[in-house]
Design a protein. Structure first.
Length: 593
């Protein structure tokens, strides 16, 4: 993976992301590489752009400073705001042959406990930050047993680029530690190599055929998240594409900003988790829609959390008047342990995305298709086909035998994008990354496999996600996906006009067996008939799933704990409920009955 390859021969799979960016700096240096919309200083979002030549030069300057302060292979924590400094810091680590640790910048809205625990686990030699965030980072470093050196990226001289030394990078060299969100446990650092990153970048770019040099994409997903780092940054850089960014907080404050950047820059590709599409429908006004032209879009990624058919339908209907074409939906499946992407929409001959299956059969582990709209059926979104060189097996998680056709099982993955393991967790690495299974013929299946912890099945060549092993709600011997029950809860709220807040469904141990609880965030509290809402939720869940909810807690907006990437933390919500730490509308914290 040498970076002095002949530019005409540079291939990101063989030579890596650094070589590809350097090639673009030589051959297309004046082309825009990354742009950021700054809404903090300008309500209209002042745009700052850096070309490929500038990006390469500045990344080499950062890398030279890092090389002067730490030996190859050292960890460097990137604790920067979502701006150009983050891009320079991350690329600087790769250019230097050091191991990046992408983290969010601490702020008043985000707990600092997770950042501190990651810093303690990764033990970085250096921490990269900016002048305006250094004061908030310093206390985190002071609390560590061994304090790493703080480096302020704004203070680095651009002319230091001449001191950069090309590092010895191989496909097996560590590129970065991607710490998981912790939605089902403590954060763990996934060891992503340069080879893993290069493979997944190529795999994703291979199915997004419309990503041509000088085209544009728009992203707001944070860089410390695997989706933001790979989809929003690494893929467009490898494709020679102009990536336009806005901050996650800027998006949450006004989802219109996201779509306006798509319209203004004629972006061909964008994406985000399912909630982002719901937020656009709920908060982009009709007057704002009249200023948007989304006819430029050729692909919409929907991933990182459960993809709901209702959300896709709502978004497509809401923005059809803005030129949004049908058939752009790209539901995908991935996880940090596979760098990012595992499946995606096929480049051609796109099949139907929404299918219906018998809900009771799914609870029993069987896949039985049903006509759309059939009683007691569950509408599910296909998350695409395996990316090139990716292999998927559906395996019984207990026996580790490949599940038969038409059965639900754990999703096991194999491919060049599957990461090297967890940082300093050999036992968990062995359990998750080195799994072996037996085929239906009784013969061992070759190779080691990644156990994703997700349940799913293959139908007509596409992957469907049926839940997460650790989150399953087990009632009467049937396995119920909490995301499916949560969708039913949300549908029961619609007649009340309460908006699309968060929902968490989980089971708790109680005398006589498992009891199922639904916690529901309510955006609007005035004039809410809480008793009627609870009754409607109970009725919908009973009719749709045969589950009797033991409790329905209505909590104010923000009452449900989430990860840094806004995934609902059902386990933590369960803990809060059991300890009596959830607050009901207009009441004191509610205790478990």
């Amino acid at each position: 993976m040498q970076t002095d390859t002949d530019p005409a021969a540079v291939d990101v799979r063989a030579d890596g992301l650094v070589a590809r960016v350097r090639e673009l700096a030589r051959t297309s240096g004046d082309d825009p590489a990354v742009s950021f919309a700054d809404y903090a200083r300008d309500p209209d979002g002042r745009i700052r752009t850096m070309t490929y030549a500038e990006l390469d030069r500045r990344a080499r300057a950062v890398a030279a400073a890092l090389q002067a302060r730490a030996p190859e292979g050292s960890r460097v924590a990137v604790v920067c705001p979502h701006e150009i400094s983050y891009v320079l810091a991350f690329l600087g680590c790769l250019y230097a042959g050091l191991v990046a640790v992408p983290l969010p910048a601490p702020d008043v809205h985000r707990t600092r406990d997770r950042i501190g625990s990651v810093l303690a686990d990764a033990e970085p030699a250096l921490v990269l930050t900016t002048e305006r965030t250094a004061d908030r980072v310093t206390p985190l470093l002071d609390a560590l047993p061994e304090r790493p050196r703080l480096l302020v990226i704004d203070e680095l001289a651009e002319e230091d680029a001449r001191h950069w030394r090309e590092p010895r990078i191989s496909a097996g060299s560590l590129a970065y530690l991607q710490y998981t969100s912790g939605s089902t446990g403590a954060p763990s650092g996934v060891r992503v190599t340069h080879g893993n990153l290069a493979a997944n970048v190529w795999q994703i770019a291979n199915v997004t055929v419309y990503l041509k040099p000088r085209s544009a994409i728009v992203s707001w997903v944070p860089f410390f998240h695997d989706m933001g780092l790979v989809m929003g940054l690494a893929v467009p850089l490898a494709a020679g594409v102009h990536s336009v960014h806005l901050g996650p907080t800027d998006f949450i404050q006004s989802p219109y900003r996201w779509l306006r950047l798509v319209s203004d820059f004629r972006a061909v590709w964008t994406g985000g988790p399912n909630f982002a599409y719901e937020l656009c429908v709920d908060r982009v006004s009709e007057a704002q829609k009249r200023t948007l032209d989304l006819s430029c879009l050729e692909g919409l990624v929907n991933g990182s959390e459960t993809v709901r058919p209702h959300s896709m339908d709502r978004f497509n209907r809401a923005f059809a008047s803005c030129g949004l074409r049908e058939g752009l939906d790209g539901p995908s499946y991935g996880l940090a342990e596979a760098t990012l992407g595992v499946t995606g929409p096929p480049a051609e001959n796109k099949p139907d995305l929404v299918h219906s299956f018998d809900r009771a059969a799914l609870a029993d582990g069987r896949v039985e298709p049903r006509p759309d709209g059939a009683p007691a059926s569950r509408r599910m979104v296909a998350c695409g086909v395996p990316l090139e060189d990716v292999h998927i097996r559906i395996v019984d998680p207990n026996s580790r035998v490949e599940a038969g056709e038409g059965r639900v099982g754990e999703i096991w993955v194999q491919g060049p994008n599957v990461a090297d393991g967890y940082w300093r967790r050999p036992e968990r690495t062995e359990e998750v990354f080195r799994a072996r299974c037996t085929g239906r013929d009784g013969e061992p299946v070759l190779g080691e496999w990644l156990r994703t912890g997700d349940l799913g099945f293959l139908h007509e060549g596409q992957l469907f996600i049926a839940g997460r092993l650790k989150d399953l709600v087990i009632v009467g011997g049937g396995n119920h996906d909490p995301a499916d029950v949560e969708a039913t809860v949300q549908s029961a709220l619609e007649p009340h006009g309460l908006g699309s807040g968060g929902t968490a469904v989980f089971s708790v141990d109680a005398d006589g067996g498992e009891r199922v609880v639904a916690v529901v965030e309510i955006r609007r509290q005035e004039g809410v008939d809480a008793d009627r809402v609870r009754a409607d939720v109970r009725r919908a869940v009973s009719d749709g799933h045969g589950i009797a909810l033991s409790d329905v807690v209505l909590t104010p907006w923000g009452g449900i704990p989430r990860t840094s990437s806004r995934k609902v933390q059902r386990g933590l919500c369960r803990d809060h409920y059991v300890r009596g730490e959830l607050t009901a509308l207009g009441a004191q914290p509610v205790a478990a009955p």
